[in-house]
Design a protein around this ligand. Structure first.
Ligand code: C2G
Length: 139
């Protein structure tokens, strides 16, 4: 039987428990998990500022148990080719993207999983700012 192949996309900046929860859930959906990590250039297109450069974000994601392959995400248009080239059975994203990728359903199953609450790169940056502010005050 063909191993079930799962594909997802993301920036994975400041890798955190929300990313880990998602990747672990995705890994449980099939036998092979492919993660397309957004390049720094594509994040600019997405209007997303990242702290950690692509090479390091890709290396961290590659090191996660259950991730079998990391490929670069360079544009919005590559998903159908990626699904075909890698014989993907399931395309999955966190549900902040609910409905946004339903156009892929002719090519593979499209799944949206619940996000992990109260954690995001933006949240981390805010807590860091607050931490620095509080500590500066005490100095
Ligand atoms: N995520 C999550 N829970 C969080 C934060 C993120 O489940 N608390 C999920 C997101 O839903 C996404 C994945 O983790 O599926 C990666 O999140 P981001 O790095 O923020 O990815 P994003 O910038 O949404 O890029 O073409 C698709 C885009 O590249 C997705």
């Amino acid at each position: 039987m063909k191993p079930k192949i799962v594909l997802t996309y993301g920036t994975f900046d400041m890798f955190h428990i929300g990313h880990l929860n998602l990747l672990q859930r995705l890994s449980a959906l099939g036998e092979k998990l492919i993660v397309a990590v957004s390049t720094d250039e594509f994040n600019t297109v997405k209007g997303k500022k990242t702290l950690i450069p692509y090479e390091q974000r890709a290396q961290i994601v590659s090191a996660i148990k259950g991730v079998d392959l990391v490929i670069p995400e360079e544009n919005w248009e590559q998903k159908i080719d990626d699904i075909r080239n890698h014989n993907v059975d399931i395309f999955a994203m966190g549900n902040d993207w609910e409905g946004k990728f339903d156009f892929l359903s002719p090519y593979c199953k499209v799944v949206y999983l619940p996000r992990t609450e109260d954690i995001s790169t933006t949240e981390i940056k805010k807590s860091l700012d607050l931490f620095l502010l509080e500590n500066e005050v005490q100095l």
